[in-house]
Design a protein around this ligand. Structure first.
Ligand code: GDP
Length: 326
C-alpha cells in the first residue's frame, strides 16, 4: 500500500486529494497542527465522508523537528505540501506569519525530506498569484513572475526552493502552479464561495445584499476536484518538473456573480454592492493560464466548467443554510 503525507489536509485541496488517494488505495497521513478548535477542523473531510480514514499526525510546518519525525516514522512514498496561510488579503495584515508558514514552512518540509527521507516524491503547491502583475497575457511555465502580495512573495520563495532542491540534491520535487480552484469546500473568505454563499442566503431571505470588492478582476477558475488529479499525476512522472494547471478561460468577478445569482433566478445587480473595505492594497487584475504542458505531458485537462462549478457551490450553500434553518 503506497503511503502519502499531506500538509494542509484539512483544507479544500487536502480533502479532495485525500479522497482521490484513498480511492487509489493509498494509506493517507495528514499533518495537523494543534488548535483549540480541533472539533471543527475536519469539517471538509466529513463532508466528503472520509474523516475516519486518514491518520492524523501531530505536527506543524514551522516546527522542523516534527516534520523530520513524521518523515522518519511514516516513510511516505509521496509528500504533498499544501499547508499555507493561503488568503491573499490577510497576507497584508499578517505578512510575517504568512512568510513563516507559506515560505519557510515549505523550506522546512524540503529540509525534512532532504535530511530524513530523500527517496520521497515531493509536491509543492505553487500559485498563479506568483504571476501577479502579469508579464505575458497568457501565463505558462516560462512566464516571468511579479508577485503582488506578501502571500505571492512567500509562494515564490517556496517555488524556487522546490526547484533548487531538485537541482541541488536530486530530489523528486515538483511544483504545480495552480490557478484559482474552487469547490463547495472553498473557504468562505474567497470570492467564489463568498458569492455562492451570499446568493444562497439572499435566496432564502437570510440576507438582503452582498458587499464585494473589485468586480473587474479576472481569474482563471477551475474545480479543486479536477486540480488534485494533476498533483497526483505530477508525482507519477519519472522526471520531476513544474506545471501550470489551469482551464485556459478567464472570467470577471462580475460575471461569476451573475452566474451564481442566475442559478437561483435572481439579478445580481440588485444585490451586489461595492464596498471599498474589500479592495486590496495591490491588485492582481487578470490571470489566464496556459495548461498545454499539463495536457501534453500529464494527459490532464480541466473537466468542470465555471457555470457547473458555481451551480454545485450554490446548491451546497443552499443545502447548508436550509439544514441550519430546520
Ligand atoms: P486570490 O486570487 O487568491 O486573491 O483569490 P480570491 O478569491 O480571494 O480573490 C479573487 C479576486 O476577487 C481578487 O482579484 C479580489 O480582489 C476579487 N474580489 C472582489 N471582491 C472580493 C471579495 O469580496 N472577497 C474576495 N476574497 N475577493 C474579492
Amino acid at each position: 500500500m503506497p503511503k502519502a503525507l499531506i500538509t494542509g489536509v484539512m483544507g479544500q485541496d487536502g480533502a479532495y486529494l485525500s479522497q482521490l488517494l484513498l480511492e487509489k488505495g493509498y494509506e493517507v497521513f495528514g499533518l495537523v497542527r494543534r488548535s483549540s478548535s480541533a472539533d471543527v477542523v475536519d469539517e471538509r473531510l466529513r463532508w466528503l465522508g472520509i474523516a475516519g480514514q486518514i491518520t492524523v499526525v501531530d505536527g506543524n510546518l514551522i516546527d522542523l523537528s516534527s516534520l523530520i519525525r513524521a518523515c522518519q516514522e511514516i516513510k511516505p512514498d509521496e509528500i504533498y505540501n499544501l499547508g499555507a496561510q493561503s488568503f491573499v488579503k490577510t497576507s497584508w495584515n499578517q505578512p510575517l506569519l504568512t512568510g513563516t508558514v507559506t515560505a519557510m514552512g515549505a523550506g522546512n518540509m524540503l529540509e525534512a525530506v532532504r535530511i530524513a527521507h530523500p527517496q520521497a516524491r515531493f509536491y509543492q503547491a505553487s500559485s498563479s498569484e506568483m504571476y501577479g502583475l502579469i508579464q505575458e497575457p497568457v501565463q505558462s511555465e516560462t512566464t516571468p513572475f511579479y508577485p503582488r502580495s506578501p502571500y505571492a512573495v512567500a509562494k515564490l520563495y517556496a517555488h524556487w526552493m522546490t526547484v533548487n532542491y531538485r537541482e541541488s540534491f536530486g530530489l523528486h520535487a515538483s511544483s504545480g502552479i495552480l490557478f484559482n480552484h474552487e469547490s463547495p469546500l472553498r473557504g468562505i473568505e474567497f470570492v467564489t464561495r463568498k458569492v455562492t454563499d451570499g446568493a444562497a442566503r439572499i435566496k432564502l431571505g437570510l440576507a438582503t445584499e452582498l458587499k464585494m470588492g473589485n468586480l473587474d478582476a479576472k481569474r482563471d477558475w477551475g474545480h479543486a476536484r479536477d486540480y488534485v488529479k494533476a498533483m497526483w499525476l505530477m508525482l507519477q512522472q519519472e522526471v520531476p518538473d513544474d506545471y501550470v494547471v489551469a482551464t485556459g478561460r478567464t472570467t470577471t468577478v462580475r460575471d461569476m456573480c451573475k452566474a451564481a445569482f442566475d442559478h437561483v433566478g435572481l439579478h445580481y445587480e440588485e444585490f451586489v454592492k461595492v464596498d471599498p473595505a474589500f479592495l486590496r492594497p495591490a491588485e492582481v487584475d487578470v490571470l489566464l493560464g496556459d495548461p498545454t504542458k499539463a495536457k501534453q505531458k500529464l494527459g490532464w485537462e480541466a473537466e468542470t466548467s465555471l457555470e457547473a462549478m458555481i451551480g454545485e457551490m450554490v446548491e451546497a450553500d443552499l443545502f447548508r443554510h436550509r439544514s441550519k434553518l430546520r
